[in-house]
Each structure stands twice: as C-alpha cells, then as structure tokens.
Ligand binder design. Structure first.
Ligand code: NAD
Ligand code: ZN
Length: 343
C-alpha cells in the first residue's frame, strides 16, 4: 500500500507492506551515484541473510537509543566523509525510530543536507518515520538537538516485525491506538476487534495505514508543531513521567498516560464520553502490565511533569485532552488538579 504526503511541495511516498524493501528500494537508489546504508546493528544481525542480503557495505550503528548521541553523530559523519559521501549521495536508514532520528539528522546536516530514505523496522517507527522530525539526545535531555527534514520516501517492510520482541510490539501498537483515539470511536473499536486479546502482526498493515494517515493529517496542518501537531502528544504528559520514573517502554507508558487523559477528559467534560475501564481491560488483555505502575507516588512523577516540554507557564502542567474522539485541546492544569485526578 502507498500513502502520499499532501504538502504544497516536496511530497514523499510511504509504502507499508510485506516485502516492501525489495520491491521499492532500488527504484530510489538507482537515481543516485552513491548510496550509504546506516543500519541498526541488532537489526542487521537478525536480517542480514534474507531481508538485508542485498545491502552493500552497511555502516552499523549501535542498537536503539544508544545511537542517538553526539559522539555517534560525529563518528558516523566522519565515516561517511571518509567513504566519500557527496551532496548528491543518498543515505538509507534501516532500523527503528532511534536509527531514523539519528540518520535523518545526519542527512539534514552533513554537507548542508543530502537526501535520505527511512526503512523503519519497528511498529513505533510508523510514527517517528513520518512527519520529518529528526533528533539526537544530549545528557540534559532527549531530542534536544534536531531539525525538520523530509525524507525522499519511507519504506515500511512489515516482514521486519516478525523478529520484534513482544514488549516492542506492544509499545509501537500504543501509538497506533493513540492515532485511533485522535480519529474516531469507530477506529478504536476496529483496532480492538482486529487485535483482540493479542496484536495480530498479519493485520497490522491496515492499522498502521490508519495511524500514518491520521498523523499526516495533523502534520500537514502544522508541520513545525506550533498548534495542531501538539495533539499527537495525547497520553504523553503522564506517559513521559511514568516512562522515566518507572523505567517503562515508551508506548507502555503512553497507554497509561492515555487512560489518565481520558479520565481527566471525562471529569472536565462532566460526562462519561470515554469508557476508561473498557480501554484499561483491553490494554491489559494485550499485555500491558499494570503491576509496573502500582504504588507509584504522585510526588515521584511531579518533577518530570513539571519539566514537560509542552508546559508554558510555571507550575502549570500541559495536557492534551479530548472533548470527544478526534476533538482535542490543550489544557494547563495546576499541580493540585493533576494530583486530584491521579489519586
Ligand atoms: P528503537 O529504534 O530504539 O528500537 C528499539 C529496539 O528494537 C532496539 O533495541 C532495536 O535494536 C530493536 N529493533 C528494531 N527493529 C527490530 C526488529 N525488526 N526486530 C527486532 N528488534 C528490532 O525504538 P523505536 O521504538 O522504534 O523508536 C524510538 C525512538 O523514536 C526514540 O528515540 C524516540 O525519540 C523516537 N521518536 C521520534 C519521533 C519523531 O517524530 N522523529 C516520534 C516518536 C518517537
Ligand atoms: Zn510517543
């Protein structure tokens, strides 16, 4: 399946299907005199014999988040320069969101910008590969250095999902579910039917297509995140605090954060639009482990909540809430209010 972005210029295609890599990559690489592959080393180890057998002389990056450092950025740039990268070369990133973020930032900045393609290998990267944000981390925080830079295309080969550990699969699915909530009740129900009791890898493509189209709708309106794009942070305020404090997978924390945001939305709307306990039961049935957040004191989360990047006013915490499915707003809550709804 092919989805195209809808910007005024510089649009790109996003392919999501089994065997997409072998089907579409050469059509793009053939346009360039030199191509450089930046590949998550763990993904390469798992897939070098079949899916990645035609990838020539890859530069292997340390797996996952550990590649998003200033040191890794500088080292990889040096290697690309030594290997003779030119302005008209192509960079192909193969890996999860972390590989895409680093490789995208390298592509945006090396020689003042070369073209790149992202080949996402995780479910979560249906989110990170679309929308053009690239970033690396510094010791004081995540994604604090970065740029907006669109790829030439995104090739999501769903065969990579077969080697994803269950926790990573669930973590990525959380963002798919978030996109459904930003869409409609029907989309959320549809996901719960398609992936009833467990995530069905064979039926993920169409769910991911819904996720990507939803994300693009927000990004097309507000690429640089001054307005609607912020709504994509549904579940991420409490989610980030739990992720950091309780050392959870990102998406697992976002699921808890979404439940909280839906509960607060009901309270502020003064009607029970969202059946929070139904969603909680569903998340649990597909593997979300509620014991990981049991007995988490509000005070332990508060320091992270107060540092949330969305906050604009001191001592107020910014949340994305819903007045209905697909109808979002941002609301600044006082510490007392956030605590009241938490307990
Ligand atoms: P990741 O890239 O860190 O990968 C997670 C783990 O899965 C790693 O250990 C990796 O080696 C492994 N892995 C990847 N593909 C695999 C496969 N097919 N089989 C087995 N193992 C595999 O994680 P992620 O969840 O894909 O992405 C998270 C990153 O994305 C974070 O750095 C986050 O900041 C970023 N992100 C960016 C955006 C954006 O808009 N740019 C949006 C959301 C998230
Ligand atoms: Zn997220």
């Amino acid at each position: 399946m092919k989805i195209s972005t809808d910007y005024k210029t510089d649009n790109y295609n996003i392919y999501v299907e089994d065997n997409a890599l072998n089907k579409y990559l050469t059509e793009y690489t053939a346009r360039y005199s030199s191509v450089f592959y930046l590949v998550d080393s763990h993904v390469y180890q798992l897939h070098q014999d079949i899916l990645l057998s035609s990838i020539d002389a890859p530069i292997l990056l340390s797996p996952g988040e550990s590649c998003k450092t200033v040191e890794s950025y500088a080292r990889t740039i040096e290697e690309l320069i030594e290997r003779g990268i030119k302005r008209n070369s192509l960079i192909v990133a193969i890996g999860g969101g972390a590989t895409g973020d680093l490789a995208g930032f390298i592509a945006a900045t090396i020689l003042r910008g070369v073209d790149y393609i992202h080949v996402p290998t995780t479910v979560l990267a249906h989110d990170s590969a679309v929308g053009g944000k690239t970033a690396i981390n510094v010791p004081s925080g995540k994604n604090l250095i970065g740029s907006f830079y669109r790829p030439q295309c995104v090739i999501m080969d769903t065969l990579f999902f077969n080697t994803l550990p269950d926790d990573e699969l669930l973590s990525g699915y959380a963002e798919v579910f978030k996109h459904a909530m930003l869409n409609s009740e029907e989309e959320a129900d549809r996901l719960m039917t398609l992936h009833n009791k467990a995530i069905d890898i064979d039926r993920l493509s169409e769910s991911i297509e819904m996720g990507i189209k939803t994300k693009l709708r927000f990004v097309n309106k507000d690429e640089h995140e001054s307005n609607e794009r912020r709504y994509l942070n549904l579940g991420h305020t409490l989610g980030h605090a739990l992720e950091l404090n309780n050392k959870l997978f990102h998406g697992h924390a976002v699921m808890f954060g979404m439940l909280y945001a839906l509960y607060v939305s009901n309270q502020l709307n003064q009607k029970d639009i969202f059946d929070v306990s139904r969603y909680a039961t569903y998340f649990q049935s597909i593997g979300l482990d509620f014991s990981k957040i049991e007995d988490t004191a509000f005070e332990d989360l508060l320091k992270y909540l107060l540092k949330d990047k969305k906050n604009t006013t001191e001592n107020l915490i910014s949340f994305v809430l819903l007045s209905n499915y697909g109808e979002c707003y941002v609301k600044d809550l006082s510490i007392e209010e956030v605590k009241k709804y938490y307990t």
